[in-house]
Design a protein around this ligand. Structure first.
Ligand code: NAD
Ligand code: LMR
Length: 354
C-alpha cells in the first residue's frame, strides 16, 4: 500500500495514525563524515545505488563541494549537503540508514584503540542527535575502534530511551571483502594450470567466494572462518596459519603502505556501500545475510559479537551465530572474548562517565 493509504487505513480503523516511515518506498541514507577519505568514494557508490532515493551528506567541512559534485551524476538519488553540528539534525532526520565514517584514521605504529580519544566523542555526539532526530534509523558504524564505538552509540541511545539492539551495527564487511579477495587469490593461483601454451584460470572466482568473518574489528578479534568457505575449499594447516594473521593485519598492511596518509578508504568504501545496500534491501523486505558486529548472544560471556546475521525490515531479524567451527577457530573465538570485553567496557565507561 502506498504510505498515504496506510495512514488513511490507520485513521479509519480508529488507530492512532502514526507517521508511516517513508522508508520502504524511498529510502534516505545519511552519510556522516561524507567529505573524508572513505566518505567521498562511499558517497559516490551510494549515489549510484538504485535503491537509494535521498543521499544526505554530512561533515564538519567541505560538504557543499562533495554534494555539488555528486549531484551531477545521472542517477536518481537526490543529494543534499549538511555542514556542521547545526545542520546535523536535518541530515539524519527521517533517515532509514545512517552510515558513519566520521573520525580520524590510523597512522603507522598506531592501534585502532589509539583512535579512541578522538573518535569516541565524535560517535557519542553524532549518536545523541540521531537519538532525537531519527531513533528508528539503522546505524552502520565504520569509525574505529569499532569494537568500542558500537557500544558507545548503543549506550547513548539507551540513555535517550530509544535503543533497539537490532538497529546498531559495527561494519566489519571489509574483513569479509579482504578474506574473500585473499582466499580467491590463493586458490586461483593454486589452480592455474598450463595446457599447451595457455594458462587456464580455474577454481575460485573472487566474486563468488564467501568467507564468514566473526568476532570484532581489531587484531585478534578478527576471526575468518576458513572452515566455512564456500565454494567448499580445503586449506593446509600452513595456509591457515598464514592466511589468518594476514586477514587480521590487513588494515595495518594498508596503513603502512599509505605511510602516514591514512588507512583503507577505497576498499572500505566498497565494503560500506555493500553493507548499506544490504540494510536498504532488508528494509525493503529483501532479507539477506551479512556479517556484522552487533549486540548478540552468539558467544557466551560477551555482549557484542560479529557473526552472520539475517537483515530485514527491522534491521537484525536473526542472529545466525558462528556455526560449526574448527578447533583452531574455536581457540581464536575464546581468545577474542576478553579482548572484546575490554574494548566494550571502555566504550560503555566513556558514556556512563560522561
Ligand atoms: P578521513 O580523515 O579521511 O575522513 C574523516 C572525515 O570525518 C573527515 O572528512 C572529517 O572532516 C570528518 N569528521 C571529523 N569529525 C567529524 C564530526 N564530528 N562529524 C562529522 N564528520 C566529522 O578518515 P577516513 O579514512 O575516512 O576514516 C574514517 C574512519 O573510518 C576512521 O576512524 C578509520 O579508522 C575508520 N575505518 C574503519 C574501517 C572499518 O573496517 N570499519 C575501515 C577503514 C577505516
Ligand atoms: C581497516 O581494517 O582497514 C580499518 O579498520 C582501518 C585501520 O585502521 O586499519
Amino acid at each position: 500500500l502506498p504510505a498515504k493509504a496506510l495512514v488513511q487505513a490507520a485513521a479509519n480503523s480508529g488507530l492512532r495514525a502514526v507517521s508511516v516511515r517513508h522508508s520502504s518506498q524511498a529510502p534516505k541514507v545519511a552519510l556522516l563524515g561524507a567529505a573524508g577519505g572513505i566518505g567521498q568514494p562511499l558517497g559516490l557508490l551510494l549515489k549510484q545505488d538504485p535503491l537509494v532515493a535521498h543521499l544526505a551528506l554530512y561533515d564538519v567541512v567541505n560538504t557543499p563541494g562533495v554534494a555539488a559534485d555528486l549531484s551531477h551524476i545521472d542517477s536518481n538519488a537526490k543529494v543534499t549537503a549538511h555542514t556542521g553540528p547545526k545542520e546535523l539534525y536535518a541530515a539524519v532526520e527521517n533517515a532509514d540508514v545512517i552510515v558513519i565514517p566520521a573520525g580520524v584514521p590510523r597512522k603507522p605504529g598506531m592501534t585502532r584503540d589509539d583512535l579512541f580519544n578522538t573518535n569516541a566523542g565524535i560517535v557519542r555526539d553524532l549518536a545523541a542527535v540521531i537519538a532525537k532526530a531519527s531513533p528508528k534509523a539503522l546505524i552502520a558504524i565504520i569509525t574505529n575502534p569499532v569494537n568500542s564505538t558500537v557500544p558507545i552509540a548503543s549506550e547513548v541511545l539507551k540513555k535517550a530511551g530509544v535503543y533497539d539492539p537490532k538497529r546498531v551495527f559495527g561494519v566489519t564487511t571489509l574483513d569479509v571483502v579482504r578474506s574473500q579477495a585473499f582466499v580467491a587469490e590463493l586458490k586461483r593461483l593454486q589452480s592455474t594450470v598450463r595446457i599447451h601454451t595457455f594458462l587456464c584460470f580455474q577454481g575460485h572466482d573472487a566474486s563468488k567466494t564467501v568467507v564468514p568473518v566473526v568476532g570484532g574489528h581489531a587484531g585478534i578479534t578478527i576471526i575468518p572462518l576458513l572452515s566455512q568457505v564456500t565454494p567448499s575449499t580445503k586449506f593446509s594447516e600452513e595456509e591457515i596459519a598464514k592466511l589468518t594473521p594476514r586477514i587480521q593485519d590487513a588494515g595495518t598492511e594498508v596503513v603502512n603502505a599509505k605511510a602516514g596518509a591514512g588507512s583503507a578508504t577505497l576498499s572500505m568504501a566498497l565494503a560500506g556501500a555493500r553493507f548499506a545496500n544490504a540494510l536498504v534491501r532488508g528494509i525493503k523486505g529483501q532479507k539477506n545475510v551479512q556479517c556484522a558486529y552487533v549486540a548478540s548472544d552468539a558467544v557466551k560471556g560477551v555482549e557484542y559479537f560479529s557473526t552472520p546475521v539475517e537483515l530485514g525490515p527491522n534491521g537484525v531479524e536473526k542472529i545466525l551465530g558462528v556455526g560449526k567451527v574448527s578447533a583452531f577457530e574455536q581457540k581464536l573465538i575464546d581468545a577474542s572474548v576478553p579482548e572484546l570485553n575490554k574494548n566494550i567496557a571502555k566504550g560503555v565507561a566513556f558514556v556512563k562517565g560522561n
